[in-house]
Design a protein around this ligand. Sequence first.
Ligand SMILES: C[S@@+](CC[C@H](N)C(=O)[O-])C[C@H]1O[C@@H](n2cnc3c(N)ncnc32)[C@H](O)[C@@H]1O
Length: 298
Amino acid sequence: MENIFKGALIAQKYALSRDVYPPGLAKIIMQFLYKHCDANPATLKHSKMVDVACGGGQSTRILSKHFDEVLAFDISENQIKLANANKPSNVKYGVASADKFPCDDASVDLVSCAEAVHFLNWENFLKETNRVLKPKGCLALFGYWMPTVIPLHVEGIERKQMAGVGSSIVRDFKLRGGYTDWVMEAFSSDYRMFYDLLPWASKEHNLTSKSDLTWSLTQFMYYAESLPNYQSCLARLKKDARRKNPDVSEEELKTLDFGDEMRRDVKAAWGVAEKNDDEILMKVEFPIPLVLACREKP
Ligand SMILES: C[S@@+](CC[C@H](N)C(=O)[O-])C[C@H]1O[C@@H](n2cnc3c(N)ncnc32)[C@H](O)[C@@H]1O
């Protein structure tokens, strides 16, 4: 799948909608690390973490305050530009590929990779993680997938029914672009696939975290439009239209954008067709699957 995050506009939409991780997530990760490296915040000296495929720093920011030194990298220059605009002082952002981490052997306490490992070459990622981790270093993989979308303008039983309608519109829409089998398996297994693939004995699969977001429909659409399958599906529809009619106008191509259809469906289902997108508020709950593992070698 093409890396859509290299585009400046998508990186911006991503930045406006993807600070989804709850504060409790970092706590779970740090407790696992302290337990496995027989340390605590006071004894873990000169601690270092690496955030692989860090995007605009969404995942880096929730963990960075627990470490002395943080290196976070991504293959997209535009994502790193946005990350640098909001940089904690102990963090260094850089452009690099996850096929070769820009770090020394056995130098890192924690490797994290959020909402990204399913897009990477797993063998290379694991080889590099193994190489850079200290003997008792840990790995944290997390992500998010299908949200429950609950409208905030209605009360009682109706809200529950409407949440079902809203969530299923999102689900149908999300599957439309066609993720690869690998990505589908990663998410439909709640990242258990990566838990099973990890060759280390000390590992955990945790499903207790979820996002707690209030979004307008405008923000929700930034999220949707920065999904790789949204963009690949739209590109395919436009390509087909151009092939059928080389003179097709930009206006006609615009009508292929199924985001408008989704907006209309959600508004109609929630009985707010007349409201503008900024006024329509929703609670968005993403379950956040988390896989933790410790390298634990003598
Ligand atoms: C969905 S974003 C996740 C960003 C961030 N970690 C977060 O939690 O929101 C996926 C990121 O993976 C990056 N990416 C994709 N393939 C990559 C590769 N081979 N090496 C490094 N980064 C990659 C993309 O550029 C994108 O920024």
